[in-house]
Design a protein around this ligand. Sequence first.
Ligand code: FAD
Length: 392
Amino acid sequence: ARGRVVVVGGGFGGATAARVLHRAGHAVTLIEPAETYWACPFSNEVIAGLRPMSAQAFGYDALRASGVTLARTSAEAIDGAARRVRLADGTSLDYDRLILSPGIALRFDALSGYDAAAAEVMPHAWKAGAQTELLARKLAAMPENGTVVLAVPGNPYRCPPGPYERASLIAHYLKTRKPRAKLIVLDAKDTFSKQKLFQQAWAALYPGILDYVPLAAGGQVSSVDVKEMTVATDFETYKADVACIIPPQRAAPIASAAGVADRSGWCPIDPVTFESRLVPGIHVVGDAAIAGAMPKSAFAANAEAKVCAEAVIDLLAGRTPEPPKLINTCYSLVAPGYGISVAGVYHPANGVLADVEGAGGTSPVDAPDAVREKEAVYAEEWYRTITAAVFG
Ligand code: FAD
């Protein structure tokens, strides 16, 4: 049976889902207001001056040319009972199944003094685009002996290793361009993704430059003052020349408008179909979803979207979807030519996506430089491959 499927959000999750459904012969409309998608993976390299912003830009022409219908507007409201999406351009779309991959919202209510206006002074750069370039410009303009403060939130948030890759590459920038400058990393937790690998690299590459301060045991960045350029924890106030504040996050606003976000701000889903636990007929993939052990990554969003689209195809045909297995790999660069990775395999177990025991793992802690060099190449290859598969 052919069904009407609407996909909200043309990022790694949504564009993937639209492609899979279209290839299977379904009428699919992808709703996305932006004409250019700015990719976050590798945006830390842009911040450190290692890569042009143009390498992060993708369009929707190929998707359109392949026959996917694009609605260049936002979804404003969703009536799950009537199965109808209202769009910002005043029109509505009826659906049999709806897939949401709207990404994240930055919580501008979480840290005292940190709102959208403050982010123009202390960028988060956690959505790629103007914020990425703003942080890059601020680093470039910083005094030779300046202090950078990077605030990292507690779990869960988009891209678990991303803040530590950012710390590494900012430290690389300081080491090579402003060796009298310092970076202070204020972390709301004291354990994190690929921790041993990052900390080993920091000790070898950035001693005296990168100061990692775990604030766990109740500590966190509690407020910022953009006039004074200070970042305060419960115990201490840090003066910054450049501050990058990555605030706590939640699913993008359309998720709560649709009623699919729970009190955590994220969207509980069935691990076989990615159908919302709260509103039938609506599926949620990517960063917005609570995907159990799977991290919020572009790799995961792409994998989840494929599984979800196949499940939707089955459901529209009256078939029961088979339990899936999903894979994720997250690469990080700690310096140019120095890559590390973490991989996992996941399956539905006890109602959630759980790790397949014994599968996956991280790069070896003790490895020759050649291994790190190869992983940096794999990271580049991964980016080329996934962006071509999703947007190409
Ligand atoms: P997004 O990619 O954010 O896409 C959401 C889309 O939905 C957007 O285009 C938005 O415009 C649209 N949208 C939102 N609301 C609406 C609405 N109401 N109507 C219509 N459209 C809407 N992941 C990796 O796998 N590897 C990496 O190396 C990596 N590095 C990263 C580095 C950084 C610095 C950051 C911040 C993230 C990184 N990530 C990485 C994570 C990755 O970017 C995200 O996990 C991924 O983008 C999630 O995809 P998504 O489809 O859920 O959301």
